[in-house]
Design a protein around this ligand. Structure first.
Ligand code: ATP
Ligand code: MG
Ligand code: FE
Length: 335
């Protein structure tokens, strides 16, 4: 079985082919960062237009790189939601039309299920059931993954997502867009203990998160500091430490509450080295194990959509040819 996967939910156009025997056999990724950077955030209409320019091109590129023709493909998977409506419509319209013209199945994929299943593309992969911490630009969720497609959301952010908090704080600190990875790099130069940020919502029971207060705290700390390079690095350090610590506290709680021993971490922020170190420590302490996607599959990509599409294909779940996209789509509805 071979599935073509297409991701266009936000500001990355990603295309890949997953082969049941060999795994990901070809992939291409185009990031629109340069287009949105001058606006300091994703401009939805520019995103849709650029997906239109790139999707077919990348598909041709991936098919030729894989040495495949349309007869070889069993299904075309595309991100159906959640995400930006215009961007989603490009991938789902293109994907469905391609499936129709190639005479194969059309498979609508949930973007967050794509992130959640990305670690399955690694040698070292988890087995169901497990706890998933999804930390991306738009989501911070703790999910009890009972089985493929059987997801219970245990907790989520009531305001900013973890990645969003990184990006907004980086913006306040003048680090550019998207600032998450830059803030993480700056934090490497920081000294521990100079600033102490709060650990939001850890002093009460429950598994929800709130990260919007951290950017305000960063803004205030920045205003009161001496403005030196070192102070900036120390603020970045303290901010990152607070996010990582907060995520760790809630992961520990979720594991304890459910008795699970495996933790999957996925989404853009799962590339963060400090978070990985912290969670690896935590998991070895509780005699468990943490699983991550390779760094390039933490942020948006076509490979995770091809793989999630493959899983849905195996379950016999296909789409009709009616075009639809779901900008809002709770993952608990996938059952
Ligand atoms: P969603 O998946 O919720 O729809 P998205 O697709 O925009 O949102 P991703 O592509 O999964 O999000 O991840 C992008 C986010 O990850 C950005 O907020 C980015 O700053 C953050 N990010 C990427 N690398 C790092 C890193 N090393 N440290 C912290 N944050 C990071
Ligand atoms: Mg992105
Ligand atoms: Fe994403």
């Amino acid at each position: 079985t071979k599935i073509l996967g297409i991701e266009t939910s936000c500001d990355e156009t990603g295309v890949a082919v997953f082969d049941e025997q060999e795994g990901i056999i070809a992939q291409a990724l185009y990031s629109q960062i340069d287009i949105h950077a001058e606006y300091g955030g994703v401009v939805p209409e520019l995103a849709s237009r650029d997906h239109i320019r790139k999707t077919a091109l990348l598909t041709e590129q991936v098919m030729s790189e894989a040495g495949l023709t349309k007869q070889d493909i069993d299904g075309v998977a595309f991100t159906q939601g959640p995400g930006l409506i215009g961007a989603l419509l490009v991938g789902s319209t293109f994907g469905r039309s391609l499936a129709y013209s190639w005479g194969c199945k059309a498979i609508g994929v949930h973007h967050m299920e794509g992130h959640l299943l990305a670690p399955m593309l690694e040698q070292n992969k988890p087995e169901f059931p497990f706890i998933a911490l999804l930390v991306s630009g738009g989501h911070t969720q703790l999910v009890d993954v009972k089985d493929l497609g059987d997801y219970e959301i245990l907790g989520e952010s009531i305001d900013d997502a973890a990645g969003e908090a990184f990006d907004k704080t980086a913006k306040i600190m003048g680090l550019g867009y998207p600032g998450g990875p830059m803030l993480a790099r700056l934090a490497e130069q920081g000294v521990a203990g100079r600033y102490k940020f709060p650990r939001p919502m850890t002093d009460r029971p429950g598994l929800d998160f709130s990260f919007s207060g951290l950017k305000t705290f960063a803004a205030n700390t920045l205003r009161d500091c001496d403005g030196s390079e070192q102070a900036l690095a120390d603020i970045a350090y303290a901010f990152q430490e607070a996010v990582v610590d907060t995520l760790m506290i809630k992961c520990r709680r979720a594991l304890k509450q459910t008795g699970r021993k495996q933790l999957v971490v996925a989404g853009g922020v799962s590339a963060n080295v400090s978070l990985r170190n912290g969670l690896n420590d935590l998991m070895s302490k509780v005699n468990g194990k943490a699983f991550y996607p390779r760094p390039e599959f933490c942020t948006d990509n076509g490979a995770m959509i091809a793989y999630a599409g493959f899983c849905r294909y195996k379950l016999g779940q296909f789409e009709s040819l009616a075009i639809k996209a779901k900008p809002r789509w709770p993952m608990s509805e996938l059952r």
